[in-house]
Design a protein around this ligand. Structure first.
Ligand code: UTP
Length: 281
């Protein structure tokens, strides 16, 4: 087994029902914050963590993602040498630095199932996972690094699965996977997880530390997922599989430095749009 994180998996097969009708024929991951689609922000975050191999789990109606990370010869031909050419610089840069591979999740049986569908692209090595609808940004401090880069650094020290967490208001625990555990010695932001519950009622939640859409997973997660039965919402939950690793003390939860927008919800999407618009001025 390779012990370095070289691949990033993007589960992008969900229906995005909260954005209907926009997501009827357009993947949620292609919705733009200003001019850039959500999934490109995620790919750029992976690149910043020195990950260059992108593995994307898509589904029906998601072909636009593949086209986005490819050359559009017609467009290139049309705008080459014109004043508009610079609009393509950023995406061209991304395309030349990465390889992209795709597989389809045939039935939408949940995030755990989507990750298991990605096994064919990942193989027997640890990997990062980005849910592109959680958009993460640096702190406004030039020395800060992206969330995935922070997590890869921790992985290189501890060599086990890591989930990114943030505190959420107590009445919102039923929207997230919630973890609990003890702080690791010498850290004030890193926990060894001993409890993990998917979308608990506030009265049953073991804490208000919520998992957000960034993970580092060790490849034994695939065998565990194969055995994981459908849980909450009749979906195969990644939190149930992670709890299996946590029982052996092999999951850390990291309170990351940075800011995260829940762009899978309309409120979070608008908030991110306003934030990036202010930044761009
Ligand atoms: P969400 O819970 O946000 O579901 O999935 P969704 O379908 O994307 O959006 P709504 O709730 O209908 O509006 C979280 C992440 O897991 C992926 C989604 O693409 C998203 O990145 N996912 C979820 C899959 O890839 N497959 C699934 O079966 C479920």
């Amino acid at each position: 087994m390779r012990n370095k994180i070289t691949k990033c998996l993007f589960p992008a097969a969900g229906y995005g029902t909260r954005f209907l009708p926009a997501t009827k024929a357009t993947p949620k991951e292609m919705l733009p914050i200003l001019t850039k689609p959500l999934i490109q922000y995620g790919v750029e975050e992976a690149l910043e963590a020195e990950i260059h191999t992108m593995a994307i789990v898509t589904g029906r109606g998601k072909r636009a993602i593949e086209d986005h990370f490819d050359i559009s010869y017609e467009l290139e031909h049309q705008i080459k040498g014109t004043s508009k050419e610079h609009y393509l610089t950023e995406i061209r840069d991304v395309i030349t630095q990465c390889t992209f591979s795709y597989t389809r999740q045939i039935e939408m049986k949940g995030l755990g199932h989507a990750i298991l569908s990605g096994e064919t692209l990942i193989g027997d090595e640890p990997f990062a996972v980005v849910l592109a609808d959680d958009l993460c940004t640096h702190l406004p401090d030039e020395h800060s690094s992206g969330v995935l880069a922070q997590m890869v650094e921790l992985y290189n020290l501890y060599k086990c699965s890591i989930v990114a967490i943030e505190e959420v208001p107590e009445h919102k625990t039923d929207k997230y996977g919630i973890v609990a555990g003890d702080l690791m010695e010498g850290h004030d932001d890193l926990y060894r997880v001993d409890q993990m519950v998917e979308k608990p009622d506030p009265k049953d939640a073991p804490s208000n530390l919520a998992i957000i859409g960034r993970y580092i997973l060790t490849p034994d997660i695939f065998d565990i997922l194969r055995e994981t039965k459908a849980g909450k919402g009749q979906e195969i939950q990644i939190t149930d599989a992670l709890m299996e690793q946590a029982r052996q003390g092999k999951v850390l939860a990291y309170r990351f430095k940075g800011r995260r927008f829940d762009c899978g919800s309309v409120d979070g999407f608008v908030e991110a749009t306003n934030y990036f618009y202010e930044l761009s001025k």
